[in-house]
Write a protein that binds this ligand. Sequence first.
Ligand code: RIB
Length: 306
Amino acid sequence: MAKKILVLGSFVADAAFRAARLPGWGETLMGSGFALGPGGKGSNQAVAAARAGAQVQMLSRLGDDAFGRLARDTWAADGIDASLTENCETPTGSAVIMVDEVTGQNAIIVVPGACFTLRPNDVERAGAAIRSAGVLLAQLELPLDTVECGLRIAREAGVRTILNPAPARALSDQMLGLADFLIPNESEAALLTGLPVESKEEAEAAARVLMGRGAKCVIVTLGAQGALVCAAGADAQLVEAFHAGAVLDTTGAGDGFCGGFAAALSEGRTVLEAARFGCAAAGISVTRAGTAPSMPRREEILALLG
Ligand code: RIB
């Protein structure tokens, strides 16, 4: 039986606005749609993994407020174990998301709030749960030392580690060395390496640099092109994106990939199979509005995989 995925990450409430373009400073722009819903990269990836068929446990922190209750309701609806996530006095965070109504592209500002109070000692207290997981899945919406602590506990216990370095921040070689799988998008790979990442060749060059700095396997997500899988001693392999319908909202596509990838990995699929699974999950998610609500169920992913 597949072991659980432990997600060490954020929850925030997403306030998503659709408009024809971004407003300028000092400008008021009429929009065409609004939705308030569950978000945060950690929670989105937890929902994606759970809907893809994995057993998921969430280690985060919430405020004692309406957004915190939204998190718990969201996780309960998808069978995600929230027993490691405590409440605190800091309010739950939120994100403002602007979605281009024509292309589905997005721009985000996130204020992490309560989840950013999660400290390394809190992660250590959850050590037994981390050690009993099959996969630890983390992002960068928590303090860096908190994430590093979780990755280290997992690594020392032989638990596979996945780090989605988003939102992008400079990372030490020590941190990169704790990632069995590092999953940046193009802009994150560019920020981490200082190299341009606009083509498949440039993505591979950046991935090789990140592997030279310690990451074992680097998967650069390339949006509509798919994902480039780079592992030591092997040629880079492009896993093509899936077209599952008209693109409505690309927000959370990377989360769909990471959650789907982690779920497939935890059930024993190879890295390339897991990357295909992740691409299928992401491909469906962009045809729907929102982040966590857009994540597909296992049957939909399997149907698209054929
Ligand atoms: O990856 C998308 C997510 O980034 C959104 O849900 C938003 O909350 C930000 O964290």
